[in-house]
Design a binder for this molecule. Sequence first.
Ligand code: SF4
Length: 424
Amino acid sequence: MTVVNDPQSPMYIPEKNREIARERAAERKSRIKGYLEVRDSIPTGTNRRERTEKSKARILEILGGTGDDWNDHRWHIGNVIKDTSTLSRILDLNDKEVAEIEKAARLCRWAVSPYYASLIDPSNRSCPVYMQSIPTSREYIEKGTEDHYAIKYNSPAPLITRLYPDRLIINVTNICAMFCRHCLRKKDISSKDMIYSRDNVRAALDYIASSPEIRDVLLTGGDALALPDNYLDWILGELDDIRHVEIKRLGSRMLATLPQRVTPELCGMLARHKPVYLNTQFNSPMEITPEAETAVDRLIGAGVIVGNQSVLLRGINNDVNVMKKLVHELVRIRVRPYYIFNCKKLEGIRHFRVPVSDGLNIIENLRGYTSGLAVPTFIITAPEGRGKTPMAPAYLLNYNRNGKLLFRTWAGDVCEYEDELLDE
Ligand code: SF4
């Protein structure tokens, strides 16, 4: 007799109960039937590898690079694609597309790393990677607004943005491996690349040193990994010397746009500054490639905790199944889905916006339907720099403090729950 068939065993289940459990399991499975039907057809950076390899070969030929160059982030930075004649050779652009790109570029420049360009499906203008990297006429047709307040009244010292009680940002550069078309900080991209000087960073560090309540400092920009290793090393070392700074965070999208930047040398340096967290931005499962996975492995090997902050984008990830695939791919490569941001109503990016209900619907279809580890928090940023505000479907239906809560479960069952009453 095996242990589970022994009525004395804590794992013993009578057959009639097992039958009920099988029915319940079948009912649970039926709740993700729609996802299971499409799951394997959703493009990812792994299952579209063959096409990506072809694009890579074509791009290397056009740019005159080698396989070794491809693995060198400096080659990608030196060969960033930012003119329509090169892009046309890679993506077979027509005249109208070229004209639109050039007109949109007058409002906000564009650039894309050869690596990220290799992820584009050249035959599909609705490709999520194309839409994130190549400008279209919608950037200048659709009007948005500006939130000047956020920067104007929230920078108590040079390069600093401070919105919260115990943490703040140092904006170290405006450089990125590509200029995302949906970027919330498009105004920072400006017309030229800038790495801010040590004097400016020194002033920011002095502010932090004189603010003992600051325990968490985020270096971002731009992209924190656009800084050379030695400059980043210096800033992290200075922060290590401020005793009340408990953690350092890096904001970098390079895991998605140029994962070759995550070199063993960079990771060796980061390992000396524990604890370091890195928040990146994967918005599409197509961005999760073997190269991205290698970058994450290296960071984790160096003790860096990696999280992901997606932006909810029309036609890119505002679909329950695509977002589910994205969070599954993230946890598979050991990146914790952390936030989904609602896109702001800003000039040049408004066409990416979707109703807040799309975000709520995504969370509704993740919570309970997949591991809690894979469920990010959906955030809208309050106007005038008032901070990130979580939005969640309503689970609590009634809380009248008479000892009972009325709530619904992820599966829609309405339940009562006995609360603990305070002693009179
Ligand atoms: S990498 Fe980040 S900061 Fe840079 S353009 Fe993209 S979204 Fe904006």
